[in-house]
Design a protein around this ligand. Structure first.
Ligand code: ZN
Length: 254
């Protein structure tokens, strides 16, 4: 049966979408308001469960490149798993997807066992998906804006927590890894194109490596609006190099 548009969100859709946009974090507010005040205007291009929400007067854009994921979560149900995601806002529309990942789960009615979302993560918490501890790399802008990169090697996921907005931004692996390889000057395609090495070789990357990669990644594909450049820690230089720097006129090394 053909669906009619525009239509209102179903109560399940609404509940699931608002759940991955926690109310107590300012950075999710705009998305919550958008969802509360919009209608489902069209299907998306990714099949079952993928829809576009907007003002009913807006003509849905299904041609522009698909925006990246903004928020994500999952419902583990008795008969399978239901994945919930919202993409970054594209002008006057927001796209979402509520779809079965494994097994047979109806997005309309399901017996829930548990649920998790990256949106509620905070520094020092374990991975919301698997419960393992994550590698955390704290960094800040020149004006003290606090960010925290989190990497779960079990789930092969990384995300960036912005303390100012409370948002956990999912970071796409391939682009981030590419920046990391550029910084490390690694060109051997066996390594440079094998992005899962971020997780298998994670201990070989220093915090500074991971920060440098994030800094340029954010410059190229902005995830977080910054009030200044990300501060990169001074590399562990040898004692002579450190003394030389310390005595250099105008040195700011602490
Ligand atoms: Zn995990």
């Amino acid at each position: 049966m053909d669906e009619q548009f525009p239509r209102e969100l179903t109560s399940v859709e609404r509940e699931l979408l608002l759940w991955i946009l926690p109310e107590d974090r300012p950075g999710y507010q705009q998305y919550r308001m958008f969802i509360e005040n919009s209608s489902v205007v069209a299907k998306g291009r990714r099949g079952e469960g993928n829809y576009i929400i907007a003002d009913p007067k807006v003509k849905a854009d299904n041609d522009s490149p698909l925006p990246q994921i903004f928020a994500h979560g999952s419902i583990i149900a008795q008969t399978g798993e239901l994945s919930v995601s919202i993409r970054e806002r594209l002008e006057d529309q927001i796209e979402f997807e509520i779809a079965g990942l494994h097994g047979e789960v109806s997005p309309v009615e399901f017996k829930e066992i548990r649920r998790w979302t990256f949106s509620t993560w905070l520094p020092a918490l374990s991975c919301p998906k698997c419960g393992a501890s994550v590698r955390e790399v704290a960094m800040s802008s020149e004006r003290g804006q606090q960010l925290e990169l989190a990497i779960c090697t079990t789930d092969r996921m990384l995300w960036l927590y912005d303390a100012r907005t409370g948002v956990n931004h999912p970071i796409p692996l391939t682009n981030y890894y590419n920046e990391l390889m550029l910084h490390k000057n690694i060109r051997d395609p066996k390594i440079a194109l094998d992005s899962k090495r971020l997780f298998t070789d994670l201990e070989h990357f220093s915090d500074t490596d991971l920060i440098l990669a994030l800094k340029t990644y954010n410059q190229l594909r902005m995830k977080v609006e910054l009030d200044g450049n990300i501060v990169v820690p001074v590399k562990q230089a040898g004692i002579i190099e450190r003394l030389r720097r310390a005595f250099r006129p105008g040195s700011s090394e602490r």
